[in-house]
Design a protein around this ligand. Structure first.
Ligand code: AMP
Ligand code: MG
Length: 323
């Protein structure tokens, strides 16, 4: 069982260390309690999905200490900067293009070219970011499908038994108790992706104009509706799933110790570890896609258990014909 500890300086220092070690820490923010991991470590991020029991990979919010840090990881437009100046630190999340040089895990973006960033106002969240010395990916600290936790006790009852959870920092009840508002910029247009803690009117006042609606947009991201943002990473090359062999003209995405020989192949996990496979999924798909140049990517079967369910969900979407 993870410890639920008082969020004093000594415990926050330990929590920072745990994050740097690739472990999970639950912590309070002004919105809800977050389940945090080193956002630059694919494996640590995979543990978030594992602990939550999420049946699919969706992009996670990355928490950073300041706008200055955020600008190192994403490309801001003038309007994005205006919103950051108006609402950070606070309950507003901005989805922006990743900088090519960012060390952020591709898994926090679920393979997309964008990343969701937020500067939390909560003192304990800020102290944890300083102690961790890196961006912290943190979705709400509840099991998948359950409501967001607003007290440390909620986190303990749902995730206390997770092996990878180092501790829960108890900071009392969350002030807002509502998830952050998420704003994206499809085609550069400020768009409400998820209503939340910061009211639309307040955002529109700062912008000086209305926000676009997520489902009224014409772009791929713009069509997504809040909470089910289905725009997802899709490789350009066709995928062949459940491949037990590999054709001469195919590249291989392997899994496990018994991979067939292929001229070009990458293995999600030679030991058959699903957390490792999740951590490698998007980076390897991208790398193979670049190598394949239109050839088929044969993908070995992945067991449909634990994180395998989310991996298979992503692979199925990536293999689906688009249009
Ligand atoms: P959570 O981290 O569980 O509070 O949820 C994060 C919210 O932000 C979800 O609604 C995500 O779909 C949305 N989100 C995060 N990253 C992105 C992204 N790169 N593109 C679009 N939506 C995102
Ligand atoms: Mg949530």
């Amino acid at each position: 069982m993870a410890d639920c500890v008082e969020a004093n300086a000594a415990n926050i220092a330990l929590a920072g260390e745990a994050i740097r070690d690739g472990r999970l820490v639950a912590f309070p923010t002004e919105t809800v309690y977050g389940l945090g991991a080193d956002a630059t470590d694919d494996k640590a991020v995979a543990r978030i999905f594992e602990a939550k029991g999420r049946p699919r990979f969706n992009p996670l919010i990355v928490h950073v200490a300041s706008l200055q840090v955020a600008e190192k990881h994403a490309v801001f437009t003038d309007e994005a900067r205006k919103l950051a100046a108006g609402f950070w630190p606070g309950g507003l999340t901005l989805v922006l293009p990743r900088r090519p040089e960012t060390p952020l895990s591709l898994l926090v973006s679920a393979g997309l070219d964008t990343v969701a960033l937020r500067v939390p106002a909560h003192e304990i969240a800020q102290a944890l970011l300083r102690a961790a010395e890196r961006p912290v990916a943190a979705p709400s600290a509840n099991r998948s499908g359950r409501v967001s936790p607003t007290r440390a006790e909620h986190v303990m009852s749902e995730l206390g038994a997770a092996e990878t959870l180092a501790m829960v920092l108890d900071g009392g009840p969350c002030r807002l108790g509502l998830e952050s508002t998420v704003i994206g910029f499809p085609q550069g247009i400020p768009t409400l992706l998820r209503p939340g803690a910061v009211a639309r009117e307040a955002i529109e006042k700062v912008l000086g104009h209305r926000l676009a609606e997520a489902d009224a947009g014409s772009g791929e991201e713009g069509r997504a509706s809040p909470g089910q943002l289905e725009s997802h990473y899709a490789p350009g090359s066709p995928l062949r799933l459940n491949a037990r062999d590999v054709g001469a003209d195919e590249v291989l995405l392997a899994f496990g110790p018994d991979a067939p020989k292929a001229k070009t192949s990458m293995n999600l996990s030679t030991s058959g570890d699903l957390t490792e496979a999740a951590a490698n999924l998007f980076a390897m798909l991208r790398a193979l896609d670049a190598e394949a140049r239109g050839r088929v990517i044969a993908v070995m079967p992945i067991p449909d258990e634990g994180l395998g369910e989310a991996i298979n969900d992503r692979l199925k979407r990536a293999a689906a014909p688009r249009g």
